[in-house]
Design a protein around this ligand. Structure first.
Ligand code: SF4
Ligand code: SF4
Length: 509
């Protein structure tokens, strides 16, 4: 990656080759849509002959990532293939997650057998003309999202299978479903259609009781719609297949510094993020049917191979950097690398959250639009200009600032002495800014962040809460009432909540 400086932007030349990891349906779809845009694609994984035959992508068969480094536009992957190391450079990476599947018979005290089968086994039977005939005239019950949260793809498979059963001579399908996930194109409509075709759907209020007696399976359930206990007998029971993250994905998450959700799946949940984005710019997570989203993200990142980005999103002063690694460890977006023996920040990968700047022990990092000098001046002015009680509220621009401004615009009662200071993320509220506000004469300081799990910078709110807790201890040690420092969280639509919290805080000072 090369960079040339203009006045306030940098032109970056980007490597436009893409690595797709995973040769399954989602990997093949991603490879196809990306290569259709004219970018070179290499697919790494086991199998994948159909991808190679399509001629749309190079197949690096049997290659597994050993080391991974770099930033968006300039990643370096080191594979091991047949015992040999193979190094390649890519501008972006797409991971098609794999899944381990665990049949859920045991939670109901059942064992898999001829009458108790998994969804995968049912799909095989339905696909085989001879085997399918044994389901003719049978009553089949399918369980859906009773033992795990499920996902739209799994829901789609259950709906397809139940419809196929219902269309067999004399056969009936019934679905016992927990929360049905229909957040995929056309799935809500399909769910309605399946019911119109005669598939019966039950919504148990609690886990159904299921017994197998000989060739029959009896299900007793308290239905949440009819509000009564229902007992029905079936010839076959199709238990759920609970998906678990594959070992490969857990290894990839570690090597590529990707966040996972609480169960270990890629990507981590984040309401601020578009589908397929991970916490790192240039690394995307594929899923069947999301090829168009992947293509769009890659196009946005690469363009025609040269990208213009702000020159000062986050900048390290090399004279001050002591290579302590703090910024590298705390950057949630993997935007920091090493150049000429000191830390450097990729303007393409950096999201400008400012966590690194607040954590750097040498104050070596400045954030464009939020430099320390300006923020100190804003704190001074806020305290000087305000009425009593003087409250300085550091507000994340993605949530609390919106809520606070909306409260003011809607004419809600806000304390007269409240001043909002915009920060890129609560993770940019330095310890020294909070202490300075008190020294300058603030009666109270609010640090207002996004709710836990909703931080655009993944964990800027956690850094902010941790710093506030530390400062409250220091205030207490100095004999200052720690209640004068408040950590709080908002969503951007919480104008009323913001006004109430601010009023309550002012009243407590
Ligand atoms: S935290 Fe500061 S001193 Fe440490 S490596 Fe990063 S820029 Fe250098
Ligand atoms: S500002 Fe945020 S995204 Fe950018 S380098 Fe610092 S921690 Fe990473």
């Amino acid at each position: 990656m090369t960079a040339e400086k203009s006045s306030n932007t940098i032109e970056i030349s980007i490597n436009t080759d893409v690595l797709v990891i995973g040769t399954g349906a989602a990997g093949a779809e991603a490879a196809e849509v990306i290569s259709a845009q004219g970018y070179k694609v290499a697919v790494a994984g086991d199998g994948g002959q159909d991808i190679a035959q399509s001629g749309r992508a190079e197949l690096i068969e049997g290659a597994h990532i050993r080391d991974f480094a770099g930033v968006a536009g300039d990643f370096r992957a080191c594979f091991v293939k047949d015992g040999q190391r193979l190094e390649r450079n890519f501008g972006a990476v797409v991971i098609a997650p794999g899944r381990n599947v665990r049949p859920q018979a045991e939670p109901f005290g059942l064992s898999l057998g001829e009458r108790v089968i998994t969804l995968g086994e049912l799909e095989k039977i339905l696909a085989d003309g001879n085997a399918r005939s044994k389901l003719g005239g049978a009553a089949v019950a399918l369980l859906l999202n009773l033992t795990w949260e499920g996902d739209p793809q799994y829901t789609a498979r259950v709906l397809e299978a139940s419809l196929a059963i219902q269309q067999l001579e004399g056969a009936t399908a019934s679905i016992y479903a927990g929360n049905v996930k229909v957040a995929a194109p056309g799935l809500e409509r399909k769910f309605t259609y399946v019911r119109e075709q005669g598939v019966v759907c039950f919504k148990p209020m609690e886990k159904p009781s299921i017994e197998q007696t000989g060739d029959k399976i009896r299900i007793t359930t308290l239905d949440s719609i009819l509000r009564k206990t229902l007992v029905a007998e079936y010839d076959y029971l199709v238990v759920e297949e609970k998906a678990e993250p594959s070992d490969r994905d857990l290894d990839l998450a570690y090597s590529l510094r990707l966040d996972t959700d609480l169960e270990g799946f890629l990507p981590s949940n984040n309401v601020h993020r578009f589908p397929v984005n991970s916490n790192r710019e240039g690394i995307y997570i594929a899923a069947p049917g999301l090829g168009a989203n992947i293509a769009l993200r890659i196009k946005e990142l690469f363009g025609d191979g040269v990208k213009s980005v702000p020159a000062d999103r986050a900048v390290v002063d090399p004279e001050k950097c002591t290579i302590c690694l703090t910024c590298y460890r705390c950057c949630p977006h993997g935007a920091i690398f090493w150049q000429d023996g000191v830390a450097a920040i990729s303007p393409l990968a950096c999201q400008g959250c400012g966590i690194c700047a607040s954590e750097c022990p040498m104050d070596a990092i400045q954030i464009g639009g939020f430099n320390d000098k300006d923020l100190r001046r804003q704190v001074r002015e806020a305290v000087a200009a305000t009425q009593k009680p003087a409250i300085v509220a550091f507000c994340c621009q993605n949530s609390a600032l919106e809520a606070g401004r909306a409260a003011a615009e809607f004419g809600m009662d806000l304390p007269a002495g409240l001043k909002l200071i915009k920060v890129p993320c609560a993770g940019k509220v330095d310890v020294e800014f909070i202490m300075q506000a008190f020294v300058d004469g603030a009666d109270g300081v609010m640090v207002a962040a996004c709710h836990e799990g909703n931080c655009k910078a993944e964990r800027g709110n956690l850094f902010a809460r941790w710093r506030v807790n530390e400062i409250r201890k220091r205030l207490e040690a100095l004999g200052i009432d720690k209640q004068r420092l408040l950590f709080t969280t908002f969503a951007s639509n919480m104008a009323k909540g913001f006004a109430e919290t601010a009023a309550q805080f002012a009243g407590s000072l």
